[in-house]
Design a protein around this ligand. Sequence first.
Ligand SMILES: NC(=O)c1ccc[n+]([C@@H]2O[C@H](COP(=O)([O-])OP(=O)(O)OC[C@H]3O[C@@H](n4cnc5c(N)ncnc54)[C@H](O)[C@@H]3O)[C@@H](O)[C@H]2O)c1
Length: 269
Amino acid sequence: MDLHLKNHVAVVTGGVNGIGLATVRAFAEEGVDVQIWDLHPDTERIGQNENSRYEVEISTARVDVVSSESVGQAVENLMEKSGQIDHLVHCAAVGSGKFGSPFTKLSPNDWKRVLDINIMGMVEVAHAVAPVMKAGKQGTMVFISSVAGQIGSPTDPPYSASKAANINFAQCMAQDLAGDGIRVNTVCPSMVQTDLNRAVWQSWNESRPKEDQLTYEEWGRQKCARMIPLARWQKPEDIADMVVFLSSERAAQVTGQTINVDGGFVMHC
Ligand SMILES: NC(=O)c1ccc[n+]([C@@H]2O[C@H](COP(=O)([O-])OP(=O)(O)OC[C@H]3O[C@@H](n4cnc5c(N)ncnc54)[C@H](O)[C@@H]3O)[C@@H](O)[C@H]2O)c1
């Protein structure tokens, strides 16, 4: 299936790791120039390495998504360089790093950084990119949320709440921007082996008595078997494939949707 994405320009936030990096590669395979926005100290090195593997250009900008200044400067620089931003994929997010079941194990203070990065980061990026897409009367945005944003996952309540906010704000934007030819969707994974997911296991493991502790692999295997009908991890590439499809003309009638790529973890009737 030709996705007709050649010569487009995409921004992927949180693109040096995990699902973001898989998305960068999936776009590059479709002939899309990609700019990675991330604050990871290895951003430039990882970007250069990716750039050397593909015929398209993969560039980087050191961006903190909670900083209006940082995000605004990145949009300005990319517009000067490329003259267009066709696709935005927002992957940058964090967990609290603590095991929040019951929620009283956390304090209200544990919520602030998570809400700031996961909600305000989305808001900053959306506010900076939407005017550029509106001016061009076209564009797509995909926000990576989570099944935790739909079922109130008890492991990390602030993370879960922030992911619900991602879905809600994406729907607001989908309605507001439809008239300008811009589509906005969210994609929700459930279990993907990444740094973020490993941190969830680590905080769970540290909260258990020694005799109940599990390796990351065994914790994941048991969780997938118990909660996911397909009973296996999703790979970062599984999520990236859906993101790139939603960004393409093949999904021209899809906007305001929450698409679960979760092995059947959440089923709506
Ligand atoms: N891994 C899973 O099991 C899973 C499940 C459901 C949803 N998700 C969602 O998928 C998305 C990607 O997560 P991942 O698992 O690939 O995580 P990851 O930790 O591998 O990658 C997250 C990236 O975001 C970057 N980042 C963090 N804060 C930032 C900031 N302020 N500014 C710029 N960059 C920042 C990090 O440097 C990192 O490169 C997230 O939105 C996450 O909530 C992941």
